[in-house]
Design a protein around this ligand. Structure first.
Ligand code: PEP
Length: 250
């Protein structure tokens, strides 16, 4: 099975944190299938995490890449460097990057091309703001984000989309699972009808997923998995969510 449950650690972690996380995770995860799981730590710790995960085939990925592959771009990390560390996926277009680092759909498109050229699976994050949600503009906003990020010459051999309503991230608020399911169905329809050559693997949900709401989400047909921020920082909670996922989806 391809990647379905991804931990986004954001700007968190240390060698000590990573070590304790791995101990808690392996103590509490009861599944046999690790390949649907992914961890995106800060890029500095990619090697350390890989070392801690040993030969369990949990995928490791990064949270961001540059739009270019090399050159005079002080402080940046390229897709080829991330690939070189043995990573399989890359998160692109997270709302925190769109908001704090002013990433437009055009910048995100360039990053998708970099990921594709370097055989990394892009996890493209899309989502509407609270105001857009209240104005019933969710479908329009998501469609625009998809079209502007994918249009033109790119044919992505593989793609994961994470639907993350901005207002649900880190807030403890989540849309109801049936509504998320319909949004995911719409995302799949848009990608399949407008970009039929794109290898869409799955549509994940992200936004305040935790052990209490995991089963109600994974019961939905079109919610293929989750991108998890806050709750993934606890190795035990991530393992318990992964156990629920295994029971319902694997
Ligand atoms: C995220 O940042 O991708 C995310 C889903 O965060 P949280 O789970 O904390 O809402």
């Amino acid at each position: 099975m391809s990647l379905r449950l991804i931990a986004n650690w954001k700007l968190n972690g240390s060698r000590d944190f990573n070590h304790k996380w791995a101990l808690k995770f392996f103590k509490n995860f009861h599944g046999k299938n690790f390949s649907s799981l992914g961890i995106a730590p800060a890029a500095l710790y990619l090697d350390h995490i890989k070392e801690l995960l040993g030969n369990h085939d949990i995928e490791v990925g990064a949270q961001n890449i540059d739009t270019e592959n090399s050159g005079a771009r002080t402080g940046e990390i390229s897709a080829s460097m991330i690939k070189d560390t043995g990573c399989k996926f890359i998160i692109i277009g997270h709302s925190e990057r769109r908001i704090f680092f002013h990433e437009s759909n055009q910048i995100i498109r360039k990053k998708l091309i970099q990921a594709n050229q370097n055989a990394l699976v892009p996890v493209l994050c899309i989502g509407e703001s609270e105001e857009e949600n209240q104005n019933n503009a969710t479908a329009k906003v998501l469609e625009e984000q998809i079209i502007e990020a994918l249009e033109g010459s790119i044919e992505l051999s593989s793609l994961i989309i994470a639907y993350e309503p901005v207002w649900a991230i880190g807030s403890g608020k989540t849309p109801n699972p049936e509504d998320i399911n319909s949004v995911h169905e719409m995302i799949k329809d848009v990608v399949q009808s407008l970009f039929p050559k794109t290898g869409l693997e799955s549509v994940l949900y992200g936004g305040s997923v935790n052990i209490n709401n995991a089963s109600s989400l994974f019961e939905q047909k079109n919610i293929d998995g989750a991108l998890i921020g806050g709750a993934s920082l606890d190795g035990k909670e991530f393992a318990l969510i992964a156990n629920v996922f295994n029971d319902l989806k694997v």
